[in-house]
Design a protein around this ligand. Structure first.
Ligand SMILES: [Zn+2]
Length: 258
């Protein structure tokens, strides 16, 4: 896999999402996310050692120090290989690129001096969580579109697979992640991941997946319906920006603090 392949994926992303803002971005493959992160941002080393962000993620966005430098998307080499057949890496690029565009636009809207404030100031928690929903959905739909172009499975077969395999698997993964979180913020992070994926299914298979169907066998999470409805009416930063306070209140209803 070469840099050209990655650039081709970036071009494909912009063909698929023509309204997305074109921003300068670099894609780097690494066998150690933390090491490459600290090479790009040496001053972040301490943070990396203390926080230990998940080393086994598929990828990571590393924002530059200055606003006019390109965004960096790190790709975990092991995950590219491990999930090569399911084309996960395509979804990873689209996922991280969506975060990159969100950060780029948010920093400019807020007139920020640098990107680090977004990661460290609690004020931006709700933005980061929304961006997780946005990136999960955008990356997933992009990967699905390429998969269905490449293989011959019919929409019916895809739906059957999602209903019988993918959804039960993702639901159980969500429940176990949710139970094992040490902070409220992390719990909502997993909620946003689940809702991003589910929202993609609502777009692709509207007869089978809706804001109400998500709680069919997650009764104890009945609030997921209204949260999903809210997110589905705020799919871009443009539509979301003025309503971050409302999202904050919605989350506040379910969690005391995060
Ligand atoms: Zn993400």
């Amino acid at each position: 896999m070469t840099g050209e392949d990655f650039q081709e994926v970036v071009s494909a992303y912009y063909r698929f999402y023509p309204d997305a803002e074109v921003i300068p971005v670099k894609i780097l493959v690494t066998d150690d996310l933390n090491r490459t992160h600290s090479e790009i941002r040496p001053e972040c080393k301490e943070y990396l050692l203390s926080e230990r962000p998940q080393q086994d993620f598929n990828g990571r966005l590393v924002a530059p120090h200055l606003l006019d430098e390109p965004m960096n998307i790190l790709m975990n080499e092991y995950k590219i290989i491990e999930y090569f057949d399911s084309l996960t890496w395509l979804g990873t690029i689209a996922h991280e690129l969506t975060h990159a565009i969100d950060y780029y636009q948010m920093a400019r809207r807020e007139n920020l001096a640098n990107y680090d404030i977004i990661d460290t100031d609690k004020k931006y928690n709700v933005f980061r969580l929304w961006s997780e929903y946005h990136a999960r959905k955008t990356g997933y739909k992009f990967r699905m579109a390429i998969i269905s172009r490449k293989n011959s499975s019919s929409p019916e077969e895809q739906l059957k697979f999602i209903r019988e395999e993918e959804w039960p698997y993702q639901k159980n993964l969500f429940l176990s992640n949710y139970e094992n979180c040490s902070t409220d913020y992390d719990q909502i992070y997993f909620v946003m991941n689940l809702l991003g994926r589910y929202s993609a299914w609502c777009d692709l298979f509207p007869d089978s997946f809706t804001e109400n169907s998500i709680i069919e066998d997650l009764e104890e999470f009945s609030w997921l319906s209204s949260l999903l409805r809210f997110l589905r009416s705020h799919e871009t930063l443009e539509t979301m920006y003025d309503d971050f306070g409302e999202l904050d209140n919605l989350l506040w209803d379910y969690w005391i603090d995060f």
